[in-house]
Design a protein around this ligand. Structure first.
Ligand code: CA
Length: 229
């Protein structure tokens, strides 16, 4: 399968160069010009790697990186910071905040591709295992948000997928509603806890005709958990 890349860069010419360079080496690329766009693209599909500019119009790349690293769902995505900053201190900050590598503009296409491949190789084996979850008859593929029970495809919204993925990643562990919110929407998101119950209801409805109908359990006064299979 082709390597999928999400490029987040507000300067049109540089974004085009990044996209072109990656496409030229057979990668599948999506480009975003700000963090809001990038968030939407992440929701649609998880890329194999993110190339992230530091200075973006709506939110600094570094701030968004911190957000990604706190998300149960996105924290494993490798990120290369692409930036005009070349100060050694900045590089250290970027790596401390969870960047996997750092590339300074202007860069050579060859160097860029070499770095992408090296970072993906480093993550490779770990990521392969993380990609698909199997729990009893349930299979979840976070790359394209697909859920199956045996051979039956289950239709879930992205939010419902994320909730189920969180629970199914740690069967037996109880998640409070606020922990679910932190993991699915991000820390400090302003979401009513009752919203979780609405999503849970729909989630269970979708599983109701399957062998996994008792998979998600309410733990009275605490939250929700997935049953160990
Ligand atoms: Ca920029």
């Amino acid at each position: 399968m082709n390597t999928s890349v999400l490029v987040v860069e507000d300067e049109h010419a540089i974004r085009e160069l990044l996209v072109f360079t990656c496409e030229n080496s057979g990668m599948e690329v999506r480009g975003a010009s700000n963090v809001a766009e990038a968030r939407k693209m992440l929701e649609a599909k998880i890329p194999d790697i993110i190339l992230l500019d530091w200075m973006l119009p709506d939110c600094s790349g570094l701030e968004w990186l911190k957000e990604i690293r706190k998300s149960e769902f996105y924290k494993k995505i490798p990120v290369i910071m692409v930036t005009a900053r070349s100060l050694e201190d900045d590089k250290v900050i970027g790596l401390e905040k969870g960047a996997d590598d750092y590339i300074v503009k202007p860069f050579s296409p060859k160097e860029l591709i070499a770095r992408i491949k090296a970072v993906i190789r480093r993550h490779g084996s770990e990521n392969e295992e993380k990609k698909i979850i199997k729990c009893g008859d349930l299979t979840m593929d976070p790359q394209d948000f697909e859920v199956f029970v045996k051979d039956k495809k289950i239709n879930l919204s992205v939010v419902e997928f994320k909730i189920l993925f969180l629970l199914a990643s740690h069967p037996g562990r109880v998640y409070s509603r606020s922990q679910v919110i932190d993991n699915v929407w991000g820390y400090g998101a302003d979401i009513d806890e009752r919203t979780i119950d609405v999503h849970m209801l729909r989630l269970r409805k979708q599983l109701a005709d399957t062998s996994m109908k008792h998979f998600v359990e309410t733990v009275r006064g605490l939250g929700y958990k997935a049953i160990k299979q």
